[in-house]
Design a protein around this ligand. Structure first.
Ligand SMILES: Cc1cc2nc3c(=O)[nH]c(=O)nc-3n(C[C@H](O)[C@H](O)[C@H](O)COP(=O)(O)OP(=O)(O)OC[C@H]3O[C@@H](n4cnc5c(N)ncnc54)[C@H](O)[C@@H]3O)c2cc1C
Length: 398
């Protein structure tokens, strides 16, 4: 492929913004336009997440997640230092509270070592007490370099850098569809049509819809899963030194309710994971009729739902009752029992599902002519964003 002169990126979340910046850096003299339907960057997943820079503990060795997470951490750390983005290596413990979880923790440790995560070690009860005095469990895995960051600030810094190098950001501009034509790609927005040599779509929660409107198949489709957060009163700010996570349920792609230090110094618990009846409503009932109907029409959804009733029953308690939610966290950090605080905006995950009801674990990228579609970029997507950007531009160059 000749170096593209005119490139477009759809979606100004952290991945799209990183891709737009990477295109500008990689292709000399290229004009790059970044589109987003909202009036600010990081409006969706990027601005509603846990703010954790994952070290790469859990991911299948050799998977895109495993490779791009490790590379992403180095790039993000470097970028944050250069651009004054708040970043703190507070460390993390994954705590096993049963013998069954202990054996699953050994598997996670083996994966972490295979993925080259630096400094990880297994701790017994005493080791846990030394590292994270208020956490309780039979054993733990310690990852000293897991960090916290402000992902909105990181995306704003990426966008500033992009703009200052000549990139164009078109906010409040919804892209309706893409069309490959004569080796170029037409971008149809709600205002106009523009022609580009290369387009990369990073539309997060809307990625399946944009792909479908552009003539792509609807497999995988996006199923939204919300996660609630609870911010504890200031008196609990020092309850933990770093991040405290449970051992994740291997049947479910989410990490379980954890106790998270925030980069602003506060302490938060969450997120849980439950099917969301809207893709972009962060408050109130969070119900959107078209979004709910599109879930009900997904071929694989009912199979997935019938296979996950037990998990849904377990999660619904914490969704309906703040007390239950706090109790979940107090299993890991007992002095949080009865802790008070307030609910924050929920986050909504874009989780891809196959037609057969399987949730897709790894990042998924599809190519059609001169257009690339990111079809699945769940956690650790924010951690991996700068590495995903490198990877996508490499793919586009081939
Ligand atoms: C609750 C929760 C907790 C998480 N915790 C972490 C964590 O701690 N660490 C981590 O690494 N990852 C975490 N993640 C995952 C991470 O947030 C995502 O992987 C990452 O933000 C994805 O970035 P993105 O740019 O692809 O998507 P988004 O941030 O969702 O951005 C997509 C953008 O596309 C725009 N868009 C969509 N359709 C159109 C259209 N038609 N026209 C124009 N614009 C459009 C949207 O407005 C949006 O701005 C979490 C996610 C959630 C939801």
């Amino acid at each position: 492929m000749n170096a593209p002169k005119r490139c477009a990126v759809i979606g100004a979340g952290i991945i799209g913004t990183a891709v737009a910046r990477e295109l500008l850096q990689r292709f000399d003299g290229a004009q790059v336009t970044l589109f987003d339907k909202e009036d600010h960057v990081a409006a969706h997943q990027t601005g509603h997440n846990s703010g954790v820079v994952h070290a790469g503990l859990y991911y299948e060795p050799g998977s895109l997640k495993a490779r791009l997470c490790r590379r992403g951490v180095s790039l993000l750390q470097e970028f944050s230092a250069e651009h004054d983005v708040p970043y703190e290596e507070c460390g993390k413990v994954v705590v096993a509270t049963t013998t069954q979880e202990e054996s699953r923790l050994e598997d996670i440790y083996a994966r972490a070592v295979a993925n080259g995560v630096p400094g990880v070690k297994m701790l017994d009860c005493d080791g846990l007490a030394e590292t994270e005095p208020n956490a309780a469990g039979r054993a733990a895995l310690h990852s000293p370099h897991t960090a916290i960051i402000d992902y909105t600030a990181a995306t704003e810094a990426l966008a500033r850098d992009f703009r200052s190098n000549g990139g164009v950001v078109r906010l409040s501009t919804s892209v309706v569809r893409l069309q490959n034509k004569g080796g170029k790609v037409l971008v149809y927005t709600t205002h106009d049509v523009e022609e580009f040599d290369l387009v990369i779509a990073c539309a997060g929660l809307q990625s399946d819809r944009l792909a479908r409107r552009s003539g792509e198949e609807d497999d995988p489709a996006i199923v939204p899963f919300f996660g609630q957060y609870f911010i504890l009163d200031a008196q609990f700010d020092d309850a933990v030194k770093g991040l405290v996570y449970p051992v994740p349920d291997p049947q479910y792609p989410f990490l379980g309710v954890h106790v998270t230090r925030r980069i602003d110094g506060g302490l938060m618990i969450g997120p849980n994971a439950f099917l969301s009846f809207s893709r972009e409503k962060y408050r109130g009932l969070g119900f959107d009729t078209p979004d709910a109907l599109s879930i009900a029409r997904m071929p694989g959804f009912w199979k997935f739902a019938s296979q996950n009733l037990a998990t849904a029953r377990r999660e619904i308690g914490g969704v309906l009752s703040t007390k239950k939610f706090v109790e979940e966290a107090a299993k890991l950090v007992p002095n949080l029992t009865g802790a008070h605080g307030k609910r924050a905006d929920r986050g909504i995950r874009a989780q891809a599902m196959r037609r057969n009801g399987e949730l897709v674990d790894d990042f998924v990228i599809q190519r059609r002519g001169a257009a690339l579609f990111v079809r699945n970029a769940p956690s650790p997507g924010a951690t991996s964003s700068l590495a995903i950007a490198e990877y996508l531009v490499d793919e586009a160059s081939q």
